[in-house]
Design a binder for this molecule. Structure first.
Ligand code: SF4
Length: 250
C-alpha cells in the first residue's frame, strides 16, 4: 500500500528512534541497521511513487515478443533510439516465427543505429528460432526458460517477466539502479546479481518491477550522475549521500 506524502517529514512509525531520517551511516548492531534500512526503503518507495505516478517501462511494446526484442536492442543504446527503430522492425517481423526465418543482413540493416548490430541481429534471430523450436513461437513465462534463450540474460528476463507478464520474479538492475542503490546505501556491491539480491531482500515483492522504473526515472531527472540535484530531491531526507543544502542549486 502506498503511503500518502507531502512535506519533508517522515511518516509516523511505531518506533520513533529508528524511523528518523538519516544523512549519515546508520549506527548500531547489524540487525538494527537492517531493520532501519528496511524502514528507510519503505519511505523512499512511497516518496518515489508519489513523485513518479506514471512510472512504467520506457520501451514501447504491445506484447512479450516486442518487449524481448526491444530489450535486446536496448543494450548499450538509449530507449528513445530503440523506440525509433522498433516500429519498422515489428512491421517486417511481427512475431517470433517471422524473425526466426529472417536473414542476418536484413535484420542488421533495420537495427544498425542501435549499435553492436551484428551481435544483436545474431542474438535476435537465434532467440526467435529457440522460441519457435522450444516454445511453439510463444515467449516463455519463467526465468529459467527465458534465461536459456540466446541473448537473454537475467536483466532482460526480469524486464519481460515484470512488464509483459506482470510477474515479479526479480529486480531489473541497470546503470541507474546500480548507482542509486549505492548512493542510498541499499547495497555495498557493484555486481548486478548481488545488487539485485540485496534489493530483493529489502523491497516488497509487489514493487520489484516498479522500483526499477522509479529509480531509473529519479536517476534521469534528479539524481543525475556527477550533478545530483539533492536540493530538489524528494528522498533527500532518507539518503545517506545527500549533499549539503544549497550546494547543488543551479
Ligand atoms: S539527488 Fe542527492 S539526495 Fe537525492 S538520491 Fe541522489 S544523492 Fe541522494
Amino acid at each position: 500500500m502506498n503511503t500518502k506524502g507531502g512535506g519533508a517529514m517522515p511518516r509516523k512509525s511505531s518506533n520513533r528512534r529508528t524511523a528518523k531520517p538519516t544523512n549519515s551511516r546508520a549506527a548500531g548492531p547489524p540487525s538494527r541497521r537492517a531493520a532501519e534500512t528496511s524502514r528507510r526503503v519503505l519511505h523512499i518507495l512511497a516518496r518515489l511513487k508519489l513523485a513518479y505516478p506514471d512510472a512504467r517501462c520506457a520501451l514501447l511494446h504491445r506484447d512479450a515478443y516486442q518487449l524481448i526484442v526491444a530489450t535486446i536492442l536496448s543494450a548499450q543504446c538509449t530507449d528513445a533510439r530503440v523506440n525509433m527503430v522498433t516500429p519498422a522492425f515489428f512491421t517486417r517481423y511481427p512475431d517470433a516465427g517471422r524473425l526466426a526465418r529472417a536473414k542476418q543482413r536484413d535484420v542488421e540493416a533495420l537495427i544498425q543505429s542501435t549499435g553492436f548490430f551484428r551481435n544483436k541481429a545474431r542474438n535476435l534471430i537465434a532467440m526467435a528460432q529457440a522460441v519457435v523450436a522450444d516454445h511453439r513461437g510463444e515467449i516463455p513465462r519463467t526465468m529459467a526458460e527465458l534465461h536459456a534463450l540466446p541473448g537473454v540474460g537475467r536483466k532482460t528476463a526480469n524486464v519481460v517477466l515484470g512488464n509483459a507478464f506482470g510477474i515479479n520474479e526479480g529486480i531489473t538492475v541497470d546503470t541507474h539502479v546500480t548507482r542509486l542503490a549505492g548512493l542510498l546505501r541499499l547495497t555495498r556491491h557493484g555486481d548486478p546479481v548481488k545488487i539485485e539480491r540485496d534489493l530483493m531482500a529489502l523491497i516488497p515483492r509487489d514493487d520489484w518491477t516498479l522500483v526499477s522504473h522509479l529509480l531509473i526515472l529519479h536517476g534521469r531527472q534528479v539524481c543525475i550522475a556527477r550533478r545530483p540535484r539533492c536540493d530538489d530531491c524528494v528522498i533527500r531526507a532518507w539518503c545517506p549521500s545527500a549533499r549539503p543544502v544549497g550546494s547543488t542549486s543551479d
